[in-house]
Design a protein around this ligand. Sequence first.
Ligand SMILES: Nc1nc2c(c(=O)[nH]1)N[C@H]1C(S)=C(S)[C@@H](COP(=O)(O)O)O[C@H]1N2
Ligand SMILES: [Mo]
Length: 313
Amino acid sequence: MPAFKTPFIPMSEITPRTVFLDRRRFMAGAGALGLAAIGSPVLAALDAKKSSYTVADTLTPRKDATTYNNFYEFGTGKGDPAAYSGDFKPLPWKIRIDGLVAKPMEFDVEELIAGMPLEERVYRFRCVEAWSMVLPWTGFMLSDLLRKVEPLGSAKFVAFRSAARPEEMPGVNYPILEWPYREGLRLDEAMHPLAIMAVGIYGDRLPNQNGAPIRLVVPWKYGFKSIKSIETITFTDSQPETSWNMAAANEYGFYSNVNPERDHPRWSQASERVLGTGGGFFGGVERRDTEKFNGYGAEVASLYAGMDLIENY
Ligand SMILES: Nc1nc2c(c(=O)[nH]1)N[C@H]1C(S)=C(S)[C@@H](COP(=O)(O)O)O[C@H]1N2
Ligand SMILES: [Mo]
């Protein structure tokens, strides 16, 4: 593994200097990409039923989806997660669900994968940085997992935490974000059928850089809500703290529903760059208009009836 070095660059810091650093570091990391790609254990391809939750958009090439990543536990450069996640051990893996539930449980992820009805869904995915992709995810509905622990009536939110392993995840040795990375959903959002726990992309198990062995995918929200490599899920009665909100509350709200009508304080959210269409660090030169709720409004807008989505960004 090449020597790891991360400068202090928040996700929001899209400046010419960042671009310069990133390009240089991306090139430096490129030699390690092949190694990192075969660093994950060899596992059987996932056997999943095709879901009707699918969009017809052109799929993002696998190569782009696995080499252009945000996963700050492995560094802040887009190429860092692919270059520096080779030592990460996604197996064996336990995921614990606790808090305001009748039956706190711990699951072995392999047993979970064997026991859950797996589906493949093609979702649009929109990063708050204004690039987007379209991926075939394999997974199961988050609601099917959450029901197993029998949530109490007092539970109103669900809090998620990623692994934070200084030995395996070089980025967590730097105070870039509050570690472990944490995210949260309101309970009704978490129970929505579009919210899934993903264990694969393109029919194969998740590469480390995409959040192995298990991650959240919430396609109507900005990408940072879709927390990777989850170790714990906790039911709470108050809104949980989330890492990006703790870092810059005026820029990254708790809801973070994709919304072209509410610009980021420092850039427009009206359109997005399509990942895989060139453009290096910027993740695409082709643009498309950003859709409210990332195009999933027909399914999810009712969750926010009566809410001011500019105020509750
Ligand atoms: N634990 C953790 N989860 C994370 C992140 C992260 O840095 N750490 N980055 C988020 C952001 S900003 C995005 S856009 C997506 C990227 O997912 P991908 O690499 O599979 O495209 O992961 C999200 N989940
Ligand atoms: Mo993101």
